[in-house]
Ligand binder design. Sequence first.
Ligand SMILES: [Cu+2]
Length: 447
Amino acid sequence: MEQFLGLPPDGSAHGPAIDHLIGLVHWLMLVLFVGWGAFYIFTLIRFRKSRNPKANYAGVKSHFSNYLEVGVLVIEVLLLVGFSIPLWSKRVDQFPPEKDATVVKVVAEQFAWNIHYPGPDGKFGKTSPNLIDADNPLGLDRNDPDAKDDITSANNLNLPVDKPVIVYLSTKDVIHSFNLPAYRVKQDVIPGMSIPLWFTPTKTTAAIQEELRKKYSVLDVMKKIAKVSLPSMTKVAVKRGMNMDEQMMMQDVTDSSGTMILAKGEHLDTTNTAKLADAGVAEVSARSMANLEKFVTMEEYKDTAGATLVAKGEALTEETVSKLMTVGMNDVSARPAANMDAFVVMEPYNDRSGSPLAAKGDAVSEELLNKLAEAGVGEIDIAPATPTEIACAQLCGLGHFRMRGYMTVQSPEEFKQWFDQQEAALLPQSTSTDSTVAAPTDSSAVK
Ligand SMILES: [Cu+2]
């Protein structure tokens, strides 16, 4: 059952038990769905009007349905008491001792995850809401002796594999939900509370990425080649309040005194159609730009002097389309964009002469796909670029989709190396006046 549910790969010690329970619940639901569905169809046929012209007010006399309902109840109680509650109690009751675990605080905010490590002394430094600013989202008091060695990072959670992790969760604003799909962790984060959770990662991010490795056909992508006609110029009748956002103006419109009303390149959205209507303009020249940016070029296009105008593999954005029009192109050879940027190649690839095209871990960009096709590479091994991440499982505001953290589970050696690097980055802050090297690399790449 678990294989059919499309669950993400599982890299935690408690994960198999959770997946097993999810599987059992789905089995029960499947049996109920088929059972009740069959019963419903049976009653429709058995008690149809033509066979039962008169309603029977006495109804069913047998106790069969009662037994069935008690049976369902027994299974549900069994799932709850036998599987769910023991699993839950193990998560909240039996915390490992802090000295044997990686302890980290995670403070959520709209829309980021602030990570706080206690440093080698194992003590979290004091934090205060009064110290919170853009450079110090945690409000960490660096003057506190316990805070001197604390590591902070935004959206980057690094953990060593095969060692329990204790996370203390809190939030600065609204309710968020800390979700590590690949480690079967999900916990709501409530303002004003510090909620602990623990789990043991048993697989590194690299191992999970390897598990998700799959073949991807470059040939298939390249086969989708098509002739795309660049939009021709049309006369568009302007009506107030009309939204024709995909129409791009191909002329400047000025009033009688020469003041610009609407410039070439602007789009005919509701505001702009109103402007034109106000000025009494009834018709303009425009081109429809709808859906063109979903295509990428399959050839290089040059201007009359022979200089590259648009390179191979470029998206047909407004800019590229405008460029192509200046040299009078009407058709271009293009293919639908593959949108594979969230994937990386899992092996290095070379061209025919042996010089490298892509290293392991390079993003599967449109440019790379073109290069690979040119070099005759028909199939590549790919995997998601970030197979382990922190998601927010709570619709916490308009920027919710931006609330994405990266989680890297590493070997103990790799983790130690990362940890030491972070510590070394903290040192100059207290010993030298050079403040440019003070910030740990991770925390600067936020928001
Ligand atoms: Cu959130």
